[in-house]
Design a protein around this ligand. Structure first.
Ligand code: HEC
Length: 145
């Protein structure tokens, strides 16, 4: 009798364990499904708050960059230090003869490079659009006014 009741409760235990485990398995596969569909559900559209990182990545890779940021990332290495005899931003004496060449020439030389690459094309911001480089030249020249 005692033996039998043990067997019975053993069966119950087994049944409970099966239920618990199947519950766990079900939960795990549910998580799997959620994990699998998550990428589709987490696609960000520009304009969404979640797309903030994507916008930053785009700005770094090219497009409509902020000229101040482009200057501080690329141009400052030379135009902030005078490296390679580059005219330092804000140094009117160094910039005046260049300004006298005309803005279009400055844009062109900034985009295509100048003096055998002493001034490298696009100031090494190869992802920058021509318009962004022009805007950055404007930003550099604005320090002269
Ligand atoms: C590796 C150093 C270096 C970097 C980086 C650099 N420049 Fe220059 N840049 C120069 C040098 C050197 C000159 C002067 C060349 C000369 O007159 O011989 C120059 C000249 C210029 C000129 C004057 C061109 C002319 O016709 O006189 C402009 C405009 C200019 N740079 C814009 C930029 C902009 C904008 C950036 C950043 C996007 C930039 N540069 C990044 C080195 C650099």
């Amino acid at each position: 009798m005692v033996h039998q009741s043990l067997t019975t409760s053993g069966k119950w235990l087994a049944a409970v364990l099966v239920l618990v485990f199947s519950g766990t398995l079900f939960a795990a596969s549910n998580d799997d499904i959620i994990a699998r569909i998550a990428p589709a559900g987490s696609v960000c559209v520009i304009g969404d708050a979640c797309a903030g990182g994507a916008i930053v990545a785009t700005a770094a890779g090219g497009g409509a960059e902020d000229p101040t940021q482009v200057y501080n990332t690329y141009c400052v290495a030379c135009h902030g230090t005078g490296a390679n005899n580059s005219p330092i931003m804000g140094d009117a004496a160094a910039w005046q003869p260049r300004v006298d060449k005309g803005l279009d020439t400055l844009y062109e030389n900034a985009i295509n490079g100048f003096n055998n690459g002493a001034m490298p094309p696009k100031g090494l911001c190869m992802g920058c659009s021509n318009e962004t480089i022009q805007a950055t030249v404007d930003y550099i020249l604005s320090a002269l006014q």
